[in-house]
Design a protein around this ligand. Structure first.
Ligand SMILES: Nc1ncnc2c1ncn2[C@@H]1O[C@H](COP(=O)(O)OP(=O)(O)OP(=O)(O)O)[C@@H](O)[C@H]1O
Ligand SMILES: [Mg+2]
Length: 295
């Protein structure tokens, strides 16, 4: 199945995965991603989002079941073979949840040059792409800095730049907005939107439900039992309070309104109003007292 009806980029068939000496953390997961799709992967902490992205990037391999890219099973042997392996690595970029695992060069400029030089691009082409990418991400001033010395949000942008410089056709993004301030978050969403318009396939793992409508046209939900339990539009998934409670992406907690205490689910998505039996009204809308539908 693919959301676009076009070319299938990834097909995941009944994939199971467990870390050594651990219980399974992906338990029979199946889905497909079509060319140009904008997919979000949501689930509580530990549900398996990052692990699943590692499988899509051919960094881990399922214990049973299969993951394929453009119809080719993603196996260690396939990734070591030319032309498939190098083409896959050039096509697919993976933004790690932890930027420190991604950045290893002495300067930001070297970080951006590394991939293109590996690919054998001409020096003048590399320099042009680096300048364009630094400008796109508004990080030209960080060019000579050591990545290790940057703030978390700056590292995230440099890590994304090191992927975008290669002009990948698929991006796997693990919590890309983590640690970004509101302005950087907006810039990132704009950049991702631009990539989507250009037909780049985007798969984003997040537990920030507020961003779903901006990040995705289709949402897959992983349960804490490590199974896919929903596949729908952001609107449909966000409206399904029972589902979001069951997978622990929202929680019920108590409120006091004057002398009245009641509890209802919170998903911190949109402001909402409700009325109590005594006729008093109340609006939830600030970041600590956010939305959710009433029980
Ligand atoms: N390297 C590892 N070795 C052993 N267990 C691991 C390893 N990495 C993750 N796990 C376990 O696998 C499960 C899934 O982890 P994963 O990082 O994929 O979850 P996640 O959905 O990305 O969580 P988060 O929202 O916190 O990023 C968790 O129970 C986690 O403890
Ligand atoms: Mg994760």
């Amino acid at each position: 199945m693919s959301g676009t009806g076009g070319e299938t980029v990834f097909a995941v068939a009944d994939a199971r995965f467990a870390y050594p000496s651990q219980a399974p953390c992906l338990d029979g997961v199946s889905f497909a991603v079509g060319r140009g799709e904008r997919l979000a992967l949501v689930g509580a902490n530990g549900s398996g989002k990052s692990t699943l992205l590692h499988l899509l990037d051919g960094l881990y391999f399922p214990a049973s079941g299969a993951v394929s890219y453009l119809g080719q099973p993603l196996t260690e042997a396939a990734l070591e073979a030319a032309p498939f392996g190098p083409r896959f690595r050039a096509d697919v970029g993976f933004l790690f949840q932890n930027s420190d695992a991604q950045l290893f060069c002495p300067t930001v400029e070297d970080e951006l040059a590394f991939g293109p030089l590996q690919m054998g691009w001409r020096q003048d082409e590399v320099e042009r792409r680096i300048a364009d990418t630094l400008a796109l991400l508004d990080i030209a001033k960080l060019r000579a800095r050591a990545p290790a010395s940057l703030s978390a949000g700056e590292k995230k942008r440099v890590a994304l730049a090191s992927l975008l410089v290669l002009a990948p056709s698929v991006l796997l993004l693990d919590e890309p907005t983590g640690g970004l301030d509101p302005r950087s978050q907006s810039l990132l969403l704009e950049i991702l939107d631009g990539l989507h318009v250009r037909g780049i396939t985007l798969v984003t793992a997040t537990h920030d439900l507020t961003l779903l409508p901006h990040l995705a046209d289709r949402v897959l939900v992983l349960s804490e039992e490590h199974r896919l339990v929903a596949d729908g539009t952001p609107d449909n998934v966000l409206a399904d309070t029972g589902l979001l409670l069951a997978v622990n992406l929202i929680h019920a907690h108590a409120h006091r309104h004057g002398r009245l205490v009641h509890s209802h689910p919170h998903q911190h998505v949109v402001a909402h109003e409700h009325t109590h039996d005594d006729g008093s009204g109340h609006t939830h809308g600030d970041p600590d007292d956010g939305g959710g539908s009433e029980p």
